[in-house]
Design a protein. Sequence first.
Length: 516
Amino acid sequence: MRIERTKNAVRNIGFGISLKMYQIIMPFIMRTAILYFLGVKYLGLNSLFTSILQVLNLAELGVGSAMVYSMYRPIVEDNKEEICALMHLYRKYYRIIGFVVLCIGLVLLPFIPQLIEGEIPADINLYVLYLLNLAATVLSYWLFAYKNCLLNAHQRVDILSKVMLVTNTIQYGLQLFVLYFFRNYYLFLIIALATQILTNIVTAVVVSRIYPEYTPRGEIDPKIVQGINRRIRDLFTSKLGAVILNSADTIVISAFLGLEMLAIYQNYFYILSSLIGLMAIVFDSTTAGIGNSIIVESKEKNYQDLKQFTFLIVWLAGFCTVSLLCLYQPFMRIWTGEKLMLGGLAVVCFCAYYYIYEINKLLNTYKDAAGLWHQDRFRPLVTALTNLILNVILVQFWGIYGVLLSTVIATLFVGMPWLLHNLFTTLFERKYLSEYVADILKYSFIVVGICIVIYLICQLYQGGLFTTFIVRGIICLFVANVLFYITLRKNNEFNKCVLLVDRITHNHFSLSKRLL
């Protein structure tokens, strides 16, 4: 069975954007409510526990990615019996994972206070908060999590987006009510726990109705199980590396600089992660389609698709990078005030991190879709350990700036070159590597140049807080994209992207006639 890749990707992106915009606006309101009703240290606590639980999720070992990848071929072949057997295996693995997470989480309980520098809010019991967060993590594995693999493998994550729109509305409404009337952080977390349970149950019911022919039954061929287990082992170092890379900054800041600095950092990172989340919709919505294409298309076709995808991501990520550079500080002045702001160097580091992250994410999407975890098993761990070592060293000299630079250096000079090598010696032809790297460098120079030009233009206007933000936003939206169009319009990938948009919209906009 050939998946309708373009149609499904467009549908997933559409629903995904609706959900992500909602999940950006509402948590922003929640962070603001916590900041004003409870205090800045509660934001730091929330970020710290999130990072700790990311470490606990190492027990997942990449089972989800391995299982979804294992479903690509039986879906193409319409092998329902094998898909059902894979679901049975998936359910068994997730029950074990939930138990392992619970045990490890309880073992770590006595050490939680050691991860916080300075004072904590007087009315808070760290152990109770930690146990509530741990319960939410464990239940996410035990309550029908295995059914999500069907949506991912069939490229129908738009269904999950619809479910989460409903359940998140309930969660945010109740949490705002609790914060406003009771000022109680415990009730705030209990509502999040209850919503996690509701989301899992509703998703399971919906999946059962859409795919009634798929139920967890039967046994999978032992050779297939061996292959899955081998992929899971290969994914362990990747998972470990990703967790260290994502959680090290938060834990190091909490341990060395305290909860207040962590909260300030997380306010900036929240804006960054919101943009990353929006871009993730594109990657998540196309991963299954890329996996299907790798199976049914030639290497040459897949490489040309990669070049086209890279062009699209560079334009989108470049525009977001320009916007971050020019709008970060005006927005933070409006939102949190001068006392909770970082310096200009931090903004540059965040922008560099964001752009590098998106290019790296694109390459990782192809790696995951192709199942190249064995060949790539050591890279994420080495990158993450490099970041952790640099974090611990540089934070003592440069504080928060050392933490930010550590992540940029580790990703740019260790992770990305290694990942490129792995992709072009396994999935694509080695001869295309130099051409692709040249494209990335050319695009990056263009992005840096446009960032400098737009930033200098924005500095010409200095008005009130709101007017400065609005004027700079208009400059970024229009002038930056005009510059991208002027510098990139003669690129072959630009022509292909315009024709793709026309095909998706059935030529309703006729962009090819106006832009090419």
